[in-house]
Design a protein around this ligand. Structure first.
Ligand code: 4AD
Ligand code: MG
Length: 433
C-alpha cells in the first residue's frame, strides 16, 4: 500500500475524504473526556484535528493528552467538511506521531510588554498577527518586483560595502575594510545611476543602513529599499511611476491578503480609496498649509514627524510634496531651472499619519554643477570620481526614487510602529535576537 500524501493545510479541501498526512505545531488543545481537539498550524493555515481514544488506541491517545502549545507532530487522518471548523474542515486522526513535546511556551494569549515580545522575537514570529504582517510584507515585495519586471526594468544588485555616503555623513555605519574605511550602504542610488546608463531602466532592492540616533516609530537602522532609476526621465515621470507602483501594490494586497488584513483588523476601505491621481503640492504650499494649522515651522525647515502627519491628514490618499529647497536636500539633486534654490525632488507621504514612504527626484547630470555640489557638501572628490565620471560619457537627464518597504508595510497593515514589519528589526537599542 502506498503511503498517504503529505498535504499542507491550505490545500486540504482538495483531499476531503482521502487519507493524508499533515505536519505542524499545536496551537491549542482542548479535551472532552474521550476526545481531544487540537488546533494545528503548519504555516499555511490552521486546522482542527479530532483525536478519539476509540480510533487511536490507549497509547497514542495518552501521548495526545501530554501535548503542550507548540509541540510538533505528524498526523495521519481524513479531512471532513465541517462548517463550524476554522477553514471549513476537520481532520479525523487515525495516527499520531509526536516529534517533540514543547517546553512551556513563553508567549501566551495574554498581554505581554513590547520589550518582552521583542526579546522573544524568534518565537513571537509564530503568532497569527506576526504571520499576517510578514505575509503581507511578502505580497508587497512580490507586487513591487512584478511591477518593475513587467515594465522592462532590469534588477541590478548594488553593493553593501561602499567607499562614500549617499544620504549625508551623519547616519553612516563605518566599518573596517582591510586597510580602508568602508560604510554600509545608505542607498543603492548612485550605483543605480551608473546602471541606468547601461540598461535605461533599472531598480535595486536590498537592505540599507542608517545610524539614526533617534528613537521613533518610523526609523530602523537596517531597512529594505526598492530604488528605480530611469535614464531620460524627469521629475513628473517619477511622480507617475510612484503613483502606479503604490496603487498596484495595494491592489495586490487587497485582493490576495484578505484574511491577513482581517487578522490585523485593517480598514480595507481606506486602502481601496487609494487611487490615481494623488494630490501634488509644492514644498511652499505645504509650509503655508502647516502654518495655517498652527505648526511653528518656517520656510526652509525640513518637516518633522508631526508636520508630516498633519499634512498627510489633509488627504485620504498619499500626497506628493515636490520642490524642496536644495539647502535641505542631498547633494545630487537637480536644481529647478526656473528657481535654482529649489530641487526637482519629491517625497510621497502616506495617509493616516504614516509619513514619508518615498523620496526621490531628478539628479544633476552636469559635471561642473555636480562637482560644485560635492564641494559645498564637503564630500571627498576622490571617493565620488566614478560618479562624476558618469557625467562625462553621454550624460542625460535622469531620475529615480527610493521606497522604504517597512514604512509601506506599516501603512498598509495599519501598524503603529515599524518594528513589526521586518522579521528581525534592528533598532537603536536592539540587536538581539
Ligand atoms: O528619502 P531617502 O533618504 O532617499 C534616498 O535614500 C534616495 N537615495 C532614494 C533614491 O532616490 N533612490 O530614503 C528613501 C525612503 C524613505 O522615503 C523611507 O521610506 C525610507 O527610505 N527610509 C527609512 N525607512 C526606515 N527606517 C529608516 N531609518 C529610513 N530612512 C529612510
Ligand atoms: Mg527622504
Amino acid at each position: 500500500m502506498s503511503s498517504p500524501p503529505i498535504v499542507s493545510i491550505r490545500h486540504l479541501t482538495e483531499f476531503a475524504g482521502q487519507e493524508v498526512v499533515v505536519r505542524g505545531w499545536v496551537r491549542h488543545r482542548r479535551s472532552s473526556g474521550k476526545v481531544q481537539f487540537l488546533t494545528i498550524r503548519d504555516g499555511t493555515g490552521d486546522l482542527q484535528a479530532v483525536l478519539s481514544k476509540g480510533t487511536l488506541g490507549e497509547e497514542q491517545y495518552g501521548w495526545a493528552t501530554e501535548l503542550t502549545q507548540e509541540s510538533s507532530l505528524v498526523l495521519t487522518g481524513k479531512p471532513r467538511a465541517d462548517t463550524r471548523a476554522p477553514g471549513g474542515l476537520e481532520l479525523d486522526v487515525t495516527r499520531l506521531q509526536v516529534i517533540q513535546v514543547a517546553q512551556p511556551f513563553p508567549i501566551q494569549p495574554k498581554e505581554h510588554s513590547v520589550g518582552f515580545l521583542m526579546e522573544h522575537r524568534h518565537l513571537w514570529l509564530r503568532s497569527s498577527r506576526q504571520r499576517a504582517i510578514l505575509k503581507i510584507r511578502h505580497e508587497i515585495i512580490k507586487a513591487c518586483r512584478n511591477f518593475f519586471d513587467e515594465r522592462d526594468f532590469v534588477l541590478i544588485d548594488t553593493p553593501i560595502f561602499t567607499p562614500s555616503a549617499c544620504e549625508g555623513t551623519t547616519t553612516l555605519f563605518q566599518t573596517q575594510y582591510f586597510d580602508q574605511t568602508a560604510y554600509l550602504t545608505q542607498s543603492g542610488q548612485l550605483y543605480g545611476e551608473a546602471a541606468a546608463a547601461a540598461f535605461g531602466k533599472v531598480y535595486c532592492f536590498g537592505p540599507t543602513f542608517r545610524a539614526e540616533k533617534s528613537k521613533t516609530r518610523r526609523h530602523l537602522m537596517e531597512f529594505w529599499m526598492v530604488e528605480p532609476e530611469v535614464a531620460f526621465a524627469q521629475l513628473p515621470d517619477m511622480m507617475d511611476l510612484a503613483e502606479a507602483l503604490l496603487t498596484s501594490m495595494i491592489k495586490n494586497v487587497v485582493s490576495n491578503q484578505r484574511e491577513e488584513l482581517a487578522v490585523l483588523e485593517r480598514d480595507v476601505a481606506k486602502l481601496e480609496a487609494v487611487a490615481i491621481p494623488f494630490p501634488r503640492v509644492t514644498y511652499e504650499e505645504a509650509i503655508s498649509c502647516l502654518k495655517k494649522k498652527g505648526s511653528p515651522i518656517q520656510y526652509g525647515d525640513d518637516f518633522g514627524a508631526e508636520d508630516e502627519t498633519t499634512l498627510s491628514n489633509e488627504f485620504d490618499k498619499p500626497v506628493i510634496v515636490h520642490r524642496y529647497p536644495t539647502a535641505i536636500k542631498a547633494f545630487y539633486m537637480q536644481p529647478d531651472p526656473t528657481h535654482p534654490d529649489l530641487a526637482l525632488c519629491m517625497d510621497v507621504l502616506a495617509p493616516e499619519g504614516y509619513g514619508e514612504i518615498i523620496g526621490g527626484g531628478q539628479r544633476i547630470h552636469d559635471y561642473d554643477k555636480l562637482l560644485a555640489r560635492l564641494k559645498e557638501h564637503n564630500l571627498p572628490q576622490a571617493a565620488f570620481q566614478w560618479y562624476l565620471d558618469l557625467r562625462q560619457y553621454g550624460s542625460v537627464p535622469h531620475a529615480g526614487f527610493g521606497m522604504g518597504i517597512e514604512r509601506v508595510v506599516a501603512w498598509i497593515c495599519g501598524l503603529d510602529h515599524v518594528r513589526e514589519t521586518i522579521p528581525f528589526p534592528r533598532m537603536l537599542y536592539r540587536l538581539y535576537p
